[in-house]
Design a protein around this ligand. Structure first.
Ligand SMILES: [Zn+2]
Length: 103
């Protein structure tokens, strides 16, 4: 089970994009990376071809290592570490290590 799920708000903790926040748009578990909306944008010059109709510059989001990301708690709004605990019904739930709320 990964600490970060799709559509989570996460903050970059290391590297060029440190401090930026974005939504987890795509999780790449086998690469241990995630793509965030509007973070770590690389501009790529493209020529028209089979995949793109028009030449120009396209922006795309470069996946960031999960180790460099922190979940932003939706309860306290801080980038946090998460823990897991079992609920009464036996299911596993994530919680914020700062405020203790389930997230
Ligand atoms: Zn919290």
């Amino acid at each position: 089970m990964f600490r970060i799920k799709r559509d989570d708000l996460v903050e970059v903790r290391k590297g060029r994009e440190r401090g930026k926040r974005g939504k987890d748009r795509q999780l790449l578990p086998d690469k241990e990376r995630a793509t965030l909306t509007d973070v770590n944008i690389l501009k790529k010059h493209v020529k028209p071809g089979t995949r793109v109709r028009q030449a120009g510059i396209i922006d795309f989001e470069v996946p960031i290592r999960l180790a460099n990301l922190a979940l932003v708690c939706d309860k306290c709004g801080k980038p946090t570490r998460v823990g897991f605990r079992f609920l009464d019904d036996g299911s596993k739930a994530r919680f914020c290590k700062i405020c203790g709320e389930l997230t």
